[in-house]
Design a protein around this ligand. Sequence first.
Ligand code: DGL
Length: 262
Amino acid sequence: MKNQPIGIFDSGIGGTSIWKEVLKLLPYEHTIYLADSKNAPYGEKTSEEIISLSIKNTELLISKGCKLIIVACNTATTNAIDYLRKNYNVPFIGIEPAIKPAALLSKTGAIGILATKGTLTSELFEKTADEYTKNILKIEQDGEGLVPLIEAGKLNSTELNNLLSTYLKPMLNFNIDHLVLGCTHYPYLIPQINRILGKHIKIIDSGEAVAKQTKAILEKNNLCSTKTTFNQHQFYTNTTTKVLSKMLLNVSTKFSVEKLEF
Ligand code: DGL
């Protein structure tokens, strides 16, 4: 089991921002990544739909022998991880908006949260948000429309920049000093966000924390790879391979990207 792959899934290419952090910390682990781009965005779907898509992805990863699954999607984690943990035997690592560190670090007492509607309206998000932000002003913004543009590879388009400005500029009126990125697609927008908000507003995402948690859970379950050579990483997408391959352009490790029906 130790040398079986780590499975990772997302509604599309966003979870590659998590995969990159996992690769940095765990270079000898083999990974299989599912980009369910055909069904993106998850953030506009009902909780039942998100659970059912998460089941489909989980079962495919388990059928490919994965020893642990990273739900590299805030929307799928906040809606489906409880169900997945109850119904499958593999360990699951989820990702949630990093509200706690932002709230603890905030000096102005105001933070912004950019996430999908599916995350912002989930019970898990509400619970975590209430727990850590008692004296903090939270400006929550649904990033509707951003994921489809990122999936289409339109990272530097005027359309995306205008949408991002509309969502973020009003936060400046509330004197936020931290912006939490509550969607794994959004780290790809950090340069654009910095231009809109200014570099004095700190951007927080959860990628590194997810990689650390993955390492801890592998160690706890005695599941760390025994290999000391760099592994092959397999990416599957159910749409075009073009944008996914472009996202991985600067990655120096060996990987392959394939189209698969799922
Ligand atoms: N990457 C997903 C997340 O972290 C994107 C959600 C979507 O597909 O709307 O929430």
